[in-house]
Design a protein around this ligand. Structure first.
Ligand SMILES: *[C@@H]1O[C@H](CO)[C@@H](O)[C@H](O)[C@H]1NC(C)=O
Ligand SMILES: *[C@@H]1O[C@H](CO)[C@@H](O)[C@H](O)[C@H]1NC(C)=O
Ligand SMILES: *[C@@H]1O[C@H](CO)[C@@H](O)[C@H](O)[C@H]1NC(C)=O
Ligand SMILES: *[C@@H]1O[C@H](CO)[C@@H](O)[C@H](O)[C@H]1NC(C)=O
Length: 341
């Protein structure tokens, strides 16, 4: 309680919540070395980090916090084991762009030990880790924090994904795994996704939603089915349940409850970042200082059209499962935020 109140006071003071601009950092103060220094004693345990980065949830801000806190550069935290995956998904219709993207990946130079995975490949890491496996929660109350598996068991589960071993340890005793994610209201996530990739028209958005409605209703035509790029399609409509639960809401909840130290909520970003900092051993004051440096994720606000009533109905239908996962995540965050306060 004390920490929670203090956190809010500090956030207000440094403007993390509001993005206000008064500069409390002294010029020339090297606060990263200050952070490194202050983190030294807590580094005794080797820590591995997985941030499961969904699309269009403001995940870049969260990722930047994790990378800064752990001192890992972007060139390294994207080495999750499948560097070309994002290129192949994003540019699936264009072999030239795919190749250029892959060359860009190859050119990134990382000279740090690999301890974390914070890019979109993380989605495939968690999907393959839990897919086809029975996850058991030991409390009948699924939001209970007692359901989180011990670190060595969670590391072992990830280690089953053979291509992800590039950043994982080969022995698990005495090691720490901090797994976090961020979920956003699913209808807003779909709207952001559409206006990020496609022209700003109601007609376009409506037909985008209609094809996803047919998929969810199970009556998509064969022709439309074959016309789609699958990972991309699932990312747009059904990402939470597809990657956390093989399409099942119950499984997705179990994955969140048993594998994640912290499940943040985009709509409660500042509280989430304070909890994230505390998870890694930072004081709210240190989180506030980081918040001054890290820009907030830009939402493509100016391209987005307002909801039309029928679009909102369609989107609500399409995201029924995602909504259930998101609602559970909100409850879990409530528990975790207090535990870390
Ligand atoms: C990332 O890779 C690029 C290309 O090799 C290199 O110029 C840059 O210095 C690297 N950045 C870091 C922080 O290592
Ligand atoms: C659940 O499991 C964890 C770790 O295995 C253990 O620490 C905790 O006490 C268990 N909780 C219950 C309610 O059995
Ligand atoms: C699929 O089912 C939905 C809901 O019942 C309906 O609105 C839609 O028109 C159907 N689509 C196709 C391609 O039949
Ligand atoms: C197939 O995809 C193309 C390009 O995205 C689109 O113009 C066309 O309408 C799609 N066809 C069907 C049957 O969905």
């Amino acid at each position: 309680m004390f920490w929670a109140l203090l956190s809010w006071a500090l956030l207000a003071a440094v403007g993390l919540g509001s993005g206000c601009s008064e500069d409390l950092l002294e010029p020339g103060l090297d606060y990263f070395s200050f952070l490194q220094h202050s983190l030294e004693p807590r580094r005794a345990k080797e820590t591995y980090s997985l941030f499961v980065k969904f699309h269009k949830v403001a995940g870049t801000t969260w990722r930047d916090f994790v990378d800064h806190i752990t001192g890992v550069s972007l060139n390294c935290s994207n080495l999750c084991g499948k560097p070309y995956l994002e290129c192949q998904i994003a540019y699936h219709t264009d072999p030239l762009f795919t190749k250029l993207c892959e060359l860009d990946m190859d050119a990134r130079h990382c000279d740090q030990p690999l301890h974390s995975c914070t890019f979109h490949q993380s989605l495939e890491v968690i999907r393959q880790a839990v897919s086809g496996r029975t996850l058991t929660a030991n409390s009948s109350d699924l939001v209970s924090l007692q359901n989180l598996w011990p670190d060595d068991q969670r590391l072992a589960l990830l280690y089953n994904v053979d291509w992800a071993r590039v950043w994982l340890p080969s022995t698990f005793g005495g090691k720490r795994l901090l797994t976090t994610t961020l979920l956003r209201d699913p209808t807003e996530r779909i709207r952001s996704y559409y206006y990020y990739i496609a022209p700003s028209t109601h007609e376009g958005f409506r037909s985008f939603l209609e094809s996803r409605r047919d998929y969810v209703a199970g009556n998509m035509t064969q022709e439309a089915f074959e016309n789609e790029s699958w990972p991309l399609f699932l990312q747009t409509c059904c990402e939470y349940e597809a990657y956390l639960g093989d399409g099942s809401v119950e499984k997705a909840k179990l994955t969140l409850a048993t594998q994640f130290n912290l499940v943040g909520i985009t709509e409660r970003m500042s509280e989430g970042l304070v909890s994230l900092g505390r998870l890694y051993g930072l004081t709210p004051w240190e989180v506030g200082r980081l918040g001054k440096e890290i820009p907030r994720d830009l939402d493509n606000g100016q391209n987005k059209l307002d909801w039309a009533a029928d679009e909102l109905l369609l989107a609500t239908y399409v995201s029924k499962k995602s909504r259930a996962v998101y609602d559970f995540a909100k409850e879990l965050f409530q528990q975790q935020a207090w535990a870390w306060a």
